[in-house]
Design a protein around this ligand. Structure first.
Ligand code: HEM
Length: 487
């Protein structure tokens, strides 16, 4: 009996000693609880605000633990700029639940490191550009998608959920580059994918949550748990992509590539004698998944937030419509060539991405070797949460960050004011791979909707909290709109 009591006491003492210790010189932060670290105290509603608040006690770089995983939260412009430009902090955490469908292998472009990441990111970007990604030919596709959306909205008999309709648009636009074939808006598969992606993004947690830290937990979780919603969504989307790759293989002609999947299949064939090649079918699937998931939900959330803000700040919405009427009129769709003349509209889009950026954090980074940030020692293996919200809402820099004011992006001479403190797509070598397409899509979809409709909230779905819903990203609150045609 005495032995048992001593063993328990010793175990508790060791747990308290090792489970609460932090490495020497680790940035200051809240106390570390054994096993769970800071996780029980995480605010799942708006974690970017909570983790920024910690800075007032601990400084711009806050050290804490997610379970047993050491992490830092980087707040404010100076610290974020230094962190994002430090390549020692540009890794990604590996071995997360995203590896489960690939037998534990880290694949794709988003959660990989080193040469695999460099090669795959370079190849993906290069081929996307060759395929007209974010170029004039892509504008044609976005216009077609926008035209169908306008028709669809005009036919709606009741109020509509923009997020779902825009999600369908985002997928069609992305798929045009990746999978070539033109998807039909009415395809129920498309609605299912949008629904899965929306649920997946809201159920996810930027810190990874308990299951990422204690993977065996997943075997006892119910199907309805956020972890399983994310995992099942991932499997569903991968199964769709797998079918598409099989169809491409069956009709593959290396001399006439139709899209990214065709080009990638050719690359796999070209490298089949190279045992070190990173080009494999699983890698293709994972890359398509990363692009699909990173691009679809962020795109629809950005435009939804933009329209919601135009309803909440009607004088801004009216000024945007006045400018669109003057520069574009109602007889044609807005084009990227109009952008230089649409200064107020561009300033409004900049303010929307500052005020309600859909990525309040970057994708988590990871210290690949020991380094220094803001004079603090960051050990290799530390997870890094770059808090973009803290950069965009810092009162020291923006003066009145809680006021929605597009004019802050307009110079006294009436020209557009670019501001390096606005970084909705991140900064440095890990910055968003789809930035140019995302900017183009956001501009064209937003301006086309504003050109065609006056929006009004459906009072049946009151919006009490306009700050949005967290998850992997920040999604808009639930809201429905009535869309009254302007012509
Ligand atoms: C409004 C829309 C979007 C926003 C606000 C956004 C924002 C971001 C941010 C903040 C990051 C993380 C940067 C970092 O970790 O330092 C990121 C990464 C990424 N984004 Fe986007 N994104 C958007 C749309 C897109 C689109 C349309 C695509 C695909 C075509 C895309 C593909 C990616 C990929 C693949 C990464 C990971 C890059 C890497 O790890 O090398 N994103 N995005």
């Amino acid at each position: 009996m005495l032995t048992l009591v001593l063993t328990v006491l010793l175990t508790v003492a060791l747990l308290l000693y090792y489970g609460t210790r932090k490495p020497r010189g680790f940035p200051p932060g809240p106390p570390r609880l054994p096993i769970v670290g800071f996780l029980p105290f995480m605010d799942s509603h708006l974690p970017h605000k909570q983790l920024w608040r910690l800075s007032s006690t601990y400084g711009p770089v806050v050290g804490l633990y997610f379970g047993v995983q050491p992490a830092i939260v980087v707040n404010g412009w100076d610290a974020n700029k230094e962190a994002l430009l430090n390549d020692d902090l540009n890794g990604r955490p590996t071995g997360s639940s995203s590896t489960i469908p690939f037998d534990g292998k880290d694949l794709g472009v988003m959660f990989v490191n080193g040469d695999l990441w460099k090669e795959q990111r370079r190849f993906t970007l290069h081929q996307f550009r060759n395929l007209g990604f974010a170029k004039k030919s892509h504008e044609v596709i976005i216009h077609e998608v926008a035209e169908e959306l306008i028709k669809d909205i005009k036919q709606s008999q009741c109020s509509i959920t923009l997020q779902n309709k825009l999600g369908v648009c985002s997928i069609i636009i992305l798929w045009a580059v990746m999978g070539g074939a033109r998807l039909e808006r009415s395809d129920p598969l498309l609605t299912d994918l949008v629904d899965r992606l929306n649920k997946l993004f809201r159920a996810g947690q930027v810190s990874g949550g308990f299951v990422e830290v204690f993977p065996p937990l997943r075997h006892i979780l119910p199907e309805t748990s956020p972890f399983n919603i994310v995992l099942n969504g991932r499997y569903r989307i991968l199964s769709y992509l797998r079918n598409a790759v099989e169809e491409h293989k069956a009709t593959h002609d290396p001399d006439n590539p139709r899209d990214f999947i065709d080009i990638y299949i050719t690359q796999i064939k070209n490298e089949h004698n190279n045992s070190d090649s990173t080009f494999t079918e699983d890698q293709l699937l994972a890359t398509c998944f990363d692009v699909f998931s990173a691009g679809a939900e962020t795109g629809s959330s950005s435009v939804s937030f933009a329209i919601l803000l135009m309803i909440l700040y009607p004088s801004v919405g009216q000024a945007v419509q006045r400018e669109l009427d003057e520069v574009v009129g109602l007889s044609r769709f807005p084009s990227v060539d109009d952008r230089t003349k649409l200064v107020y509209t561009e300033a409004t889009l900049a303010e929307i991405s500052r005020f309600r950026g859909v990525a309040p954090f970057t994708v988590p980074h990871y210290a690949v070797r020991d380094t220094i940030l803001q004079g603090k020692r960051i050990p290799a293996g530390t997870m890094v949460m770059n808090n973009l919200y803290s950069v965009h809402m810092d009162p020291e820099y923006w003066k009145d960050p809680d006021t929605f004011r597009p004019e802050r992006f307009i110079n006294p001479d009436g020209s557009l004011r670019k501001d390096e403190h606005l970084i909705p797509f991140g900064k440095g070598r890990r910055a968003c791979l789809g930035e140019s397409l995302a900017r183009m899509t956001l501009f064209l979809m937003f301006t086309t909707l504003m050109q065609h409709f006056n929006f009004r909230l459906d009072p049946a779905i009151p919006v009490f909290d306009t700050e949005g819903k967290s998850g992997f990203t920040l999604g808009p609150p639930d809201f429905n709109v009535f869309a009254e045609p302007r012509s």
